[in-house]
Structures are given as C-alpha cells and as structure tokens.
Design a protein around this ligand. Sequence first.
Ligand code: KG4
Ligand code: ZN
Length: 346
Amino acid sequence: MSSLILGFESSCDETGVALVRVPDGAGVPTLLSHALHSQIEMHRAYGGVVPELASRDHIRRVLPLTEHVLEEAGANLCDVDVVAFTRGPGLAGALLVGAGVACSMAAALDRPVLGVHHLEGHLLSPFLSADPPQFPFVALLVSGGHTQLMRVDGVGRYEILGETIDDAAGEAFDKSAKLMGLPYPGGPVLSRLAQSGDPKAFKLPRPLLHSGDLDFSFAGLKTAVLTQARKLGDALQERKADLAASTQAAIVEVLVKKTLAALERTGMKRVVVAGGVGANRLLREQLDSACEKRGIRVHYPEMHLCTDNGAMIAMAAAMRLQAGRETANKEYAFDVKPRWPLDSLR
Ligand code: KG4
Ligand code: ZN
C-alpha cells in the first residue's frame, strides 16, 4: 500500500502542482508527475514581480495544471490521500490562492490537508534526485529571498549557522543584472552573459569573506556594481559580459568559502545546495571542485527542480508525515504566513 500527496506551490511567480507517491514505512517518496507555469514573461514588462498580477495568474493556472498532473500520472482526484500547499513565506495574495484551492479541494474530497514551509520544500528537494542525500548535512539555501547556511540533522531539525544581513544571493544577481540593463529575472540572464566575460576584469568586493562568522552581506556588492556601471558610461555595453562575469565570481566565491567554513565548523562531510541560485553553473563547478579535494559529498536538486515548483512541496509534506513531525488534519480554515522563519519549524 502507498498514499498519494497532491502539492500546490504559489508563493511567488510560479504556479506548481505535483503528485508524489509515499510508500508505507520508511521508503523514499517518488514523484509521479508535476506541472509548472512560470509567470516570468508576464512580469518582465515591469522589471519584477507584480504581486496582484501574480495572484490573479495563479487563479487562472492552478486547475488546468492540476488536471494535467492527474492525467499524466493516470490518477483521479479521488485517488489523492493528502493535499499539501505552500503556507509561507511568500507573497500573501499569491499564497492565499494555493491555500484556498488546496483547502477547498481537500474539504470537497474529505481528505486531510497540510501547509508546508516553502524553504523546507527547497531544502528537501534534493531527496527527489537520483542521488538523494542522507542526514545529517550542511545546507546552503540560496534563493531569491533567502541566503542561509544550516545544520540539518533530520526533517524539522534545522539550526541556522549563518544568513544574510541584507540582500539574498538571488537578489544580488537580480539587482546587479537590473543595474546592467539586463531583463528580469536577472540571475540566469547574468550568468549566461558571464560565460563570455572575464571574471577578473573588475575588482569587486567579497563582503564579509573574512568576518569569521557564517553570515553574508550582498548590498555593498550591488553598490560596487552600480559604481562600476556608472564609471563605464557608454562603454558599459561592450564591457557588460566582463562586469557580469566579475559580479558572478564575487557572489560565488563568498558562497563557496562560507559553505566550506560551515563544513569545517560542524565537521560534516556532506552538503546540500538548494534554491534558485543552486542552478548556477559556476557555483556548482566551484563547490564540486573544492569539496572533492576535501572528501565532501555535494548534493543538488535536479536542475529543473532548483527554482520554485510543486514537487518540492508535495515531497516536504511527504517527508514531514513520514517522520511523524506532522499529522495532516481536516481543519479547512486556513491562514498563510508571508513571513515564517525556517528554524521555528519543528
Ligand atoms: O528559489 P527561487 O525559485 O525563488 C525563491 O524562493 O526566491 O529562486 C529564484 C532566484 C532568483 O533570484 C533567480 O535570479 C535566481 O534564483 N537564479 C539564478 C539562476 N537561476 C535562478 N541565479 C544565478 N544563476 C542561475 N542560473
Ligand atoms: Zn523558492
């Protein structure tokens, strides 16, 4: 016997729906199907996410995506045993769409429902990969809104070792890209452009690199990029790839060195990278090569599951239930948590 969890993600600019099968006992849950709609094209004209447009688009997409997911898995809505949704953190209106749909669907089906922490979804997403990690590990969580180093001893056992005191790593990519006139979302565009640039062309700061703690700061780097861009003036156009490469090198160097410091401090031999910036190729290359030399295993989510998706939400719900951290219940009155620290989870 096994059970099926239907998961909804709607915390920001991606509508994600997925179906995960949970075996009885301690077996690893498997992804049966998932579907995603990215709103990037819609928000691009505004240079960033417009919350009200995001909420309205989630409403439009969520049911067709659900039908698609069920069809692909050869399942029926009545086969679903538990409905999971992202409860926070994220944009309040966007979260309310997923929560409303999940809770009303669960009520109509008379099934239990479970609200999931978005960052726990990212954190546990590598368990959906072909080479899943084992607890304990150090986690580097690098998304558009968060940059954290964590000690992870099991599901719900998270200790924050360090975090950003201002901008997140993804934000540093996005804001620097915007300053260079690159389209939203800047991270992937900047890193693509960086491939043809010289990472040593501009001397940019590595904030808090030698601070002795595991915290990050990226706001100063963004200011340095702005100063460089202004200094270049008209020449920016032809030096853009060099500036992109130099910016990426600065962000990646700080992320890699702080992660190594966290591994050293905890004595752990395993690291998990999660969140949108985990898709960055330079970060993967540099972390892999530094860890290989030290006999440390690195785990990533599958490339297409690095950014927001429904699979990680269904997976986190599955793992919380399996670990006995949570019991799904038939309380259909819902709330969302736009702000929700990960280490407050149990
Ligand atoms: O995890 P995510 O999808 O959303 C949040 O929960 O925030 O992360 C999105 C972030 C954005 O800042 C985006 O620019 C960044 O991840 N990102 C990248 C890459 N792909 C996505 N940053 C650098 N290089 C990439 N290849
Ligand atoms: Zn995310």
